[in-house]
Design a protein. Structure first.
Length: 105
């Protein structure tokens, strides 16, 4: 299989396409960021919104990772009955029993 050879002048546009794809932008979104002659038309409001979305995803995935790591070493005989697991699921634990949300709902 042969590798594609690109002129150095298109490398910034290819980098923008790769970055946009990795960030979750659609090809149509990315195409809208590219103008003729390889210049960029960056919508900073959309970039900020995407960065905020990524921050939320990172926080959620970090919390999930932490819970998995805790489950690996949790001394509770049944992990899902432990306080840490219940708290991460939004449950309140009273006398070993889980209740959904506030007020037992």
């Amino acid at each position: 299989m042969q590798r594609r050879q690109y002129d150095a002048s298109v490398l910034p546009a290819l980098a923008l396409i790769a970055l946009g794809g990795a960030a979750g932008f659609s090809l149509d979104d990315i195409a809208g960021m590219l103008l003729q002659q390889g210049k960029a038309n960056i919508n900073r409001v959309r970039l900020t919104a995407k960065a905020d979305d990524l921050d939320r995803t990172i926080r959620q995935l970090s919390a999930l990772r932490d819970e998995l790591r805790h489950a690996m070493v949790c001394p509770a005989p049944e992990h899902r009955r432990g306080r840490s697991f219940s708290a991460s699921c939004g449950l309140r634990v009273r006398k070993g029993e889980g209740e959904r949300g506030k007020g037992g709902q």
